[in-house]
Design a protein around this ligand. Structure first.
Ligand SMILES: [Zn+2]
Length: 125
């Protein structure tokens, strides 16, 4: 599994991108709202107002990945399914995975900008 200090650890365990100790989200993971700052190291989880709007690029990429996985699975195992049935299955799959991909996109986005062990440098900005 991912070790502490790697971005994968922070993403899979929903931990602070700086210290990998504090929890990243305000309340539940499925609510998908990042805290203002870490409870443990006080590192800020936002660079500027609207910082997490960029995570929509990530959630788009995750949506495409879900689409490709479902489409490939249908093509391999149910290749006599009609176009409409395939499309309906993909849409249902995207709706079911949305509560996971939405918060996941935010912590992936945060990990693209904040590195492990750099909280002090970030606070000086
Ligand atoms: Zn922290």
């Amino acid at each position: 599994m991912a070790k502490k200090g790697s971005k994968l650890y922070s993403i899979t365990k929903s931990k602070c991108p700086y210290c990998h100790e504090g929890y990243f989200f305000e309340g539940s993971f499925f609510k998908g709202t990042p805290k203002e700052e870490c409870d443990v190291c006080a590192g800020k989880f936002s660079k500027e107002p609207g910082f997490y709007q960029g995570s929509y690029y990530v959630v788009y990429g995750l949506g495409v990945a879900v689409f490709v996985i479902i489409w490939t699975s249908i093509s391999l195992f149910f290749n006599n399914l009609s176009f409409n049935a395939t499309l309906t299955t993909i849409v249902i799959g995207l709706i079911i995975t949305a509560p996971f991909t939405y918060p996941l996109s935010k912590i992936i986005w945060a990990n693209m900008f904040f590195k492990y062990g750099t909280r002090e440098e970030h606070k000086k900005m």
